[in-house]
Write a protein that binds this ligand. Structure first.
Ligand code: FDA
Length: 301
């Protein structure tokens, strides 16, 4: 019954009233402005969590817009520093102009790095769909040559990730987020079955720990988290060598309290911006239960 309901929700998503999408957005997006997002970050910090902020949007086609997004990220880094927040930034290469040209995105990243360097701030390069995996890894390498405090992401559903991880090992300590992967990818290049994705996730994680990589464990999957705990204990990994990461708004409170009790670091990914609509629809496709969940909470109030 639930599966049928979810399939139905996915079908009608394009026709959902704006107001429903806005309700969902209210839960998963920290507002439209940097000021809104940093208020949320401040509260998260007070609760013991660090954060990473992301300006929503992707596939910017115009040079002016991509330059403007780069400027917004630079201003964001300055505000984070001025407000003394425990927070870094996550950027999407296509948002900052990867679709325009390689030279253009490299240039924008160089500008962003100049600002980050002033106060020793960290930049995460998110991983988008497989059409730009190579370009994203190349961009990461280029940035890493210029600045130490840059990290990227690998997706456990891609067959290639194991090999990419192997190739990314080098003298400079890698700071890597591992996630399952959110884009729809074909079975020619990506695992489709949840159990297989989970085993590959754990394989990548174990390999990362064994090779002294700083790992960001980005998942809400309780099974996976239990297995991760076992690996941490098994390999006796110190708690300054990894962090758990979750998306803002995903109900994880009991699990997060447990992480904090174990003195494990937890970082919350906080998206904000005017492009909240596409992001919210993506979250709903990923988990159609969200709609009934949000509605239930509203009617309970
Ligand atoms: P899974 O999808 O199996 O979810 C486990 C359970 O968590 C679900 O059963 C549900 O109960 C709950 N849950 C998951 N998502 C939920 C939601 N939105 N709302 C409510 N409940 C939810 N992907 C990518 O391709 N590139 C990237 O750079 C990133 N970056 C990133 C950063 C961070 C901090 C996180 C947490 C995730 C990403 N992702 C990502 C997304 C990631 O690839 C993946 O799609 C989602 O995290 C969902 O996968 P889970 O591992 O959570 O497991």
């Amino acid at each position: 019954m639930k599966i049928l309901f979810n399939q139905f929700i996915i079908k009608i998503l394009p026709y959902l009233p704006f107001s429903i999408v806005r309700l969902v957005a209210g839960r998963y997006v920290a507002g439209e402005t940097a000021e809104d997002a940093l208020k949320v970050v401040k509260v998260l910090n007070q609760q013991g969590f660090s954060a990473t902020v992301d300006i929503l949007g992707e596939h910017t086609k115009s040079e002016n817009n991509a330059r403007d997004i780069t400027r917004q990220y630079k201003a964001l880094l300055s505000s984070i520093y001025d407000q003394n927040l425990n927070c870094n930034i996550s950027i999407k290469p296509s948002h900052l102009g990867m679709d325009v040209s390689t030279e253009f995105i490299n240039n924008n990243m160089t500008h962003l790095i100049e600002t980050a360097r002033q106060n020793s701030q960290f930049i995460r390069i998110d991983m988008e769909d497989s059409s730009i995996t190579d370009a994203t890894i190349q961009l990461y390498r280029k940035c890493k040559e210029q600045y130490e405090k840059v990290g990227t992401v690998l997706q456990a559903y891609l067959f290639r990730s194991e090999n990419d991880l192997f190739k990314l090992l080098n003298k400079n300590r890698l700071n890597l987020r591992i996630c399952k992967g959110i884009y729809r990818e074909s079975s020619d290049i990506a695992l489709q079955n949840r159990d297989n994705i989970n085993s590959n996730y754990l394989k990548l994680l174990r390999f990362s720990f064994e090779n002294n990589i700083y790992v960001c464990i980005a998942t809400h999957d309780q099974y996976l988290i239990k297995e991760v705990y076992k690996i941490i204990e098994d390999l006796k990994i110190q708690n300054d060598r990894f962090e758990f990461q979750v998306l803002y708004g995903v109900p994880m409170s009991r699990c997060l309290i447990n992480h904090l009790k174990n003195e494990y670091r937890v970082r919350v990914y906080v998206p904000f911006g005017r492009d909240w609509y596409d992001y919210s629809v993506r979250r709903m496709k990923e988990n159609p239960n969200i709609i009934s969940y949000v509605l239930r909470n509203i009617f309970r109030k």
